[in-house]
Design a protein around this ligand. Structure first.
Ligand SMILES: Nc1ncnc2c1ncn2[C@@H]1O[C@H](COP(=O)(O)OP(=O)(O)O)[C@@H](O)[C@H]1O
Ligand SMILES: [Mg+2]
Length: 286
């Protein structure tokens, strides 16, 4: 009898201890899961910042052109304004007024160009709020190409062929980051082949019953067989980059219920294919 009591008491103590351990480990596990989630979004943000860093000089240059244009026209307007008070002849006066109007119009064009560049840039620099909206993929691609223009214009001609018309539910900020990575990689690959001749980056959109499909094709050297299976691995790089671009891009597309695949033959260019499911509001966040 005594033995039985001792046995059950020990069993009870063991049970209480196991329950205690269970809660302790569950708390720890929740802590680490939260930390991993935080690290994951930090990696995505870091990767984006690295791309933006590469682009910043180019973007500054893109803003500098219309800004110079704007300043030149403003100083022209200023000298016309001084001139107009001395002009007595009505025809000369009308000519000066027409010149002022023309310069004002050019100032507006320059200012609008700067506004568009800044807006495109904001699409990328904001940390994503994880919101999805029904977006036109063609417009997202155009905004991405505009942002990258200074980076790619000397390396490649961009050929666009947009046939998809259905909008898709995406986190525009994140999906733009994917296009940015793919086009930057394409431009970098082309640069490897020759620094003299320009290559071509073809960007196309099509759709089938279920998906909107984006292809980014370059005339670079392709991907050697021995690295082919590793390009989506985190931190894998052959060009001293972050090695996170493709890893993060695939994650983003998979979280949208889509797929990011590569078709490449060594020596014959590379094709990246992004498929995004259409027609439904997918799970809201990752
Ligand atoms: N278009 C491409 N052509 C050839 N190789 C590519 C291309 N895109 C990616 N790669 C290869 O995949 C690797 C990983 O790419 P990514 O994850 O974007 O990292 P990173 O650009 O920082 O190197 C690149 O270093 C390169 O070897
Ligand atoms: Mg990259």
């Amino acid at each position: 009898m005594f033995d039985t009591i001792v046995f059950f008491s020990l069993l009870f103590v063991l049970f209480v201890y196991l329950v205690f351990l269970h809660f302790r480990w569950e708390k720890k596990l929740r802590f680490y899961v939260k930390k991993i989630e935080e690290d994951k979004s930090q990696i995505i943000q870091l990767e984006k910042m690295a791309s933006l860093g590469t682009l910043s000089a180019g973007v500054a240059h893109e803003i500098n052109n219309p800004l110079t244009f704007l300043i030149t026209n403003l100083s022209l307007i200023s000298s016309y304004a001084k001139e107009i008070t001395d002009v007595k002849d009505i025809d000369d006066r009308n000519k000066t007024i027409a010149n002022i109007e023309e310069s004002v119009q050019e100032c507006c064009d320059g200012a609008n160009r700067i506004k568009r560049i800044v807006q495109d840039l904001l699409t990328f620099s904001h940390a994503s709020k994880g919101r999805r909206s029904c977006d036109d993929i063609n417009k997202l691609l155009d905004a991405t190409i505009r942002i990258l223009w200074n980076e790619i214009k000397y390396k490649a001609d961009v050929v666009k062929d947009y046939k998809a018309t259905t909008h898709v539910w995406v986190d525009a900020n994140k999906v733009s980051q994917v296009f940015l990575n793919l086009i930057l990689n394409a431009a970098a690959a082309i640069k490897q082949v020759t620094s003299q001749e320009k290559g071509t980056i073809s960007v196309s959109t099509t759709e089938d019953d279920k998906n909107v499909i984006v292809k980014v094709i370059d005339t670079g050297p392709g991907i050697p067989k021995k690295v082919y299976s590793r390009i989506f691995d985190p931190f894998f790089t052959t060009k001293g980059g972050t090695g996170l671009g493709l890893h993060v891009s695939r994650k983003i597309i998979m979280n949208h219920g889509g797929a990011l695949e590569v078709e490449a033959t060594s020596g014959k260019g590379t094709t990246f294919v992004v498929s995004l499911p259409k027609g439904k509001s997918l799970k809201q966040d990752e």
